[in-house]
Design a protein around this ligand. Structure first.
Ligand SMILES: NC(=O)c1ccc[n+]([C@@H]2O[C@H](COP(=O)([O-])OP(=O)(O)OC[C@H]3O[C@@H](n4cnc5c(N)ncnc54)[C@H](O)[C@@H]3O)[C@@H](O)[C@H]2O)c1
Length: 238
C-alpha cells in the first residue's frame, strides 16, 4: 500500500481530462489514493459523456470493479460560457443544467451503495463563487452552481447516517481551459478577478486540488454540508 494520507482510498473523478479535475486526480494519487478518471477527452480511464442516461451508473460500476470499492467521489465535469439573457436559447440552458446539475445528481445517486460500504465516504462537489453570487451573462451557469450547492447540502443531511460527508468547493477564477477563452477575449475580466482577489492573483488548478485532497482526508471527517470559497479572498471584498 502506498504511503500518504489517502493510502488505501479509492476515488472516482469526472471532468478529469483537464483543469481542476486533472489536478485533483494527480493530487489524490500523490496522497496515495487509487483514482479512476473519466471525461469527454484527455488521458483518462474512461471517455464518457456524463449527460448520457446510464453513463454515470456505468462509470460507478467500472470504478468499483477496477478499484474494489469507492471512498471518494468528485463530480468535476462542468461547462460554462457567457450568454446574455437576451437571445439566450433553451438548448444552451438545458445543456448547462444537464452537465452541471443532472449529471452530478446521477453520479452521487449511483455512488451511494458503494459509499455506504466505505468507512470514509466523501462526496466533493464543485460549485463556484457563482453558487452564492451572480454575474451578467452567467444566468445558466449561476443557476446550475446554486443548484449544486443546494444538492450537496441535502445529500449531506441524507447520507450523514452512513458516515458519508458531502461538501461543495466553490472556486473563484481559476486559470483552466474553461476560463482561457474569456480571459483572452476579455482581458479586463481577467484583470477584474486578479484585483478582486485579496491575494492579487488568479487561482491555479492545484489551488483547488489541494483543498479537494483535504476534504477527502480524515482531517475533514467532521465537516459536512458546507460550501467553501477557495477564491484567494475575492468574495469577502466589496
Ligand atoms: N475555472 C474556473 O474559474 C472555475 C471556477 C469555479 C468553478 N469551476 C468548476 O470547476 C469544474 C472544472 O472546471 P475547469 O475550470 O477545470 O474546466 P475544464 O474545462 O478544464 O474542465 C472541465 C472538464 O469537464 C469535461 N466535460 C464537460 N462536459 C462533459 C460531459 N458532458 N461529459 C464528460 N466530461 C465533460 C470537459 O471535457 C473538461 O475536461 C467545473 O465544474 C467548473 O464549473 C471552475
Amino acid at each position: 500500500m502506498s504511503a500518504g494520507r489517502l493510502a488505501g482510498r479509492r476515488a472516482l473523478i469526472t471532468g478529469a481530462g483537464s483543469g481542476i479535475g486533472a489536478a485533483a486526480a494527480w493530487r489524490l494519487a500523490a496522497d496515495g489514493a487509487r483514482v479512476f478518471t473519466a471525461d469527454f477527452k484527455g488521458a483518462v480511464d474512461r471517455q464518457v459523456d456524463v449527460t448520457v442516461p446510464g453513463a454515470n451508473a456505468a462509470l460507478v460500476t467500472e470504478a468499483v470493479e477496477r478499484l474494489g470499492g469507492l471512498d471518494i467521489v468528485v463530480p468535476c465535469a462542468g461547462v460554462s460560457a457567457f450568454h446574455p439573457l437576451e437571445g439566450h436559447d433553451d438548448a444552451y440552458f438545458d445543456m448547462v443544467m444537464a452537465v452541471n446539475v443532472t449529471a452530478v445528481f446521477r453520479l452521487i445517486r449511483d455512488c451511494v451503495p458503494a459509499l455506504q460500504l466505505s468507512a470514509h465516504g466523501r462526496i466533493i462537489t464543485i460549485g463556484s463563487t457563482m453558487a452564492q453570487f451572480g454575474d451578467a451573462g452567467l444566468v445558466a451557469y449561476g443557476t446550475s452552481k446554486h443548484a449544486v450547492l443546494g444538492m450537496t447540502r441535502s445529500v449531506a443531511v441524507e447520507l450523514g447516517q452512513y458516515g458519508i460527508t458531502a461538501n461543495c468547493l466553490m472556486p473563484g477564477a481559476i486559470e483552466t481551459p474553461m476560463t482561457e477563452p474569456a480571459f483572452t477575449q476579455m482581458p479586463q475580466f481577467k484583470t477584474y478577478w486578479q484585483n478582486k482577489a485579496s491575494l492579487g492573483r488568479l487561482g491555479q488548478p492545484e489551488d483547488i486540488a489541494d483543498v479537494i485532497a483535504f476534504l477527502a482526508s480524515d482531517d475533514a471527517r467532521f465537516m459536512s454540508g458546507q460550501g467553501f470559497f477557495v477564491d484567494g479572498g475575492a468574495m469577502q471584498r466589496q
